[in-house]
Each structure stands twice: as C-alpha cells, then as structure tokens.
Design a protein around this ligand. Structure first.
Ligand SMILES: Nc1ncnc2c1ncn2[C@@H]1O[C@H](COP(=O)(O)OP(=O)(O)OP(=O)(O)O)[C@@H](O)[C@H]1O
Ligand SMILES: [Mg+2]
Length: 265
C-alpha cells in the first residue's frame, strides 16, 4: 500500500498517484487507486470519469463496493473515498466489521493499493500514512514545498519516533536531474539531522506542459502522451517501486481500521 502525500498543496500528488497507478497496471499488476482527499478528491475529475457514488454510499446507504468502484484507464480500479472515511467514525461496530470484511475480500485480488491523500498534515492524513507500507512524498524544489514536506515528516515522527519504514521522495516539476537531486539532498539532510530518518530517492518528474494538456483533456498523460518526458519519468518511478517492493495481497481493512483510531490532537 502506497500513500502519495506532500505537505504543501498543489505539488502534483494527484497527477503522480493517477499516472503511477496506470504505469503499475502496464507492468501487469492489479491496482486499486483510493481517492482519500476528503471533499476535494478529484481523481475522477482528472480522468473525466462519471462518479455517482463514493465510499459514503457503501457505508451509509447500503451500496455494494462493486457499485461504487469505477474503472479507469488500463483496467485501473478507482475507489472514490471522499467523505467516506470520516463517516466511518459514526458507524455501528457491526456495520464496520461487515465493511472491513467486504473490503478485505475485494483487496485480496489487488497487488497494489495507491492512496491519493489530501494536502496538509491533518490527523487523517497522518493516520493514512501510518497505515501505508510506503509513503511517496511528492515535493518540488521550492523552499515552501520542501519546508512543508519536512513539516509532514515531523508530524509523522511525532506518531512513530522510530521512523516509517519507507519514505520515498519524488521531486516533481524539476528542470534538471541536478536540481532534483539538490532539492532531495536538502530534505534528506534535514530529516537525518533533526529526525534521524533516512529518506529514499524514488526519482524525479520533470516540469512538462503535457501534464496540463492531459488535465485539460481529462485523460491520464501516461496513456495519451506515452512518449512525453513526464510519462518516461513516471514509468521509471513505477519500475523502481515494483523492483523494490514485494507485491502481495493488500489489506485495505488494516488501512480503514487505522483511519478509525481516535485522533490525538
Ligand atoms: N510535472 C509537472 N509538470 C508540469 N505541471 C505539473 C506537473 N505536476 C503537476 N503539475 C501541475 O500542478 C498542478 C497541481 O497538480 P495536482 O493537482 O496533481 O497537485 P496536488 O498535489 O494533487 O494538489 P492538491 O494538493 O490540491 O490535491 C496542476 O495544475 C498540474 O497540471
Ligand atoms: Mg490532489
């Protein structure tokens, strides 16, 4: 389970999450993309999908998971999470148990679950990161984005001082490999010095106007602009992820159980 996050808003999480998920599909694995950006989730808008229901309808209105999950490009499955995770805190134990069983059954067929998180460092985002196997931290080299990425790591550190097992950094919107590596190095050194954490470099995605072109057409750039520089970069990220992790059955139930833990403010 891979949670895509950033601290600062607008660094490219949704674009990275969607295209990374499509790229993983092209490598022949089963992928579910969970849109966990409460209220402002826009994976569906980015892909021009018509989404009539979300997780809330499963939890509160008796819809089946299969009726809510929509199919994206290349057979990618998409679960519009939106406000559903919040709604879970108001359910009876019995309903929660039934839901967890249903989601566990569905996810046993998945190799990867990619979660697109909301911006910021709310307890919902932090819980989501704690539940994930790997965190893909998307930032750019602007000091504001790097500062917010570090703030997120600090927030995470407060909840798991021994370190998260996998924080993989993606430098997005970069103009050169040197710029990307320089930005990563600043973040890496700060995290090492103040938190004692080792960050891993997953790679970079160059600044490419194709991202905006694809967004305006409401398509993923990976399929529709396969030879564009941004697509080439995303494919490298997916290949590194697959080579570095063991795919296996996903336990999305664990994710939702974590999300329901009371937040300590
Ligand atoms: N590599 C890139 N090259 C050029 N533009 C990019 C790139 N990545 C993202 N963008 C642009 O940055 C903007 C934000 O992208 P996106 O919506 O993916 O970010 P986000 O982190 O999900 O935002 P939010 O925090 O609001 O959820 C969009 O206009 C998108 O086109
Ligand atoms: Mg987003």
């Amino acid at each position: 389970m891979i949670a895509v996050t950033s601290g600062k808003g607008g660094t490219g999480k949704t674009n990275v999450a969607v295209n990374l998920a499509v790229s993983l599909r092209l490598l022949g694995v089963q992928v579910l993309l969970l849109d966990a950006d409460m209220g402002l989730g826009n994976v569906d808008v980015l892909l021009g999908l018509s989404v009539r229901h979300d997780l809330r309808d499963v939890l509160l209105h008796g819809k089946e998971l299969e009726q809510v999950i929509v199919e994206g490009p290349r057979g990618l499955k998409i679960l519009p999470g939106a406000s559903g995770v919040e709604a879970m805190s108001r359910l009876t134990d019995e309903r929660v148990k039934a839901f967890l069983e249903e989601i566990e059954r569905y996810c046993s067929a998945m190799d990867y679950v990619v979660v697109d998180t909301a911006p910021g460092i709310s307890s919902t985002v932090i819980n989501c990161l704690l539940a994930a196997d790997d965190i893909v931290l998307v930032t750019n080299t602007e000091p504001t984005a790097l500062t917010d990425a570090y703030a997120l790591l600090k927030g995470l550190n407060a909840r798991c001082p021994d370190g998260h097992k996998g924080v993989l950094v993606v430098m997005n919107q970069t103009s050169s490999k040197e710029e990307a590596l320089g930005g990563f190095d600043r973040l890496r050194r700060t995290a090492k010095r103040f938190l004692g954490w080792d960050l891993e470099y997953l790679g970079s995605v160059c600044w490419d106007e194709t991202v905006s072109l694809a967004t305006k057409r409401q398509v993923d750039f990976l399929t529709h602009y396969a030879s564009a520089p941004c697509s080439r970069d995303i494919r490298k990220l997916a290949a590194r992820l697959v080579s570095g992790s063991q795919s296996g059955q996903q336990d999305l139930g664990r994710f939702f159980r974590k999300m329901m833990e009371p937040a300590d403010e």
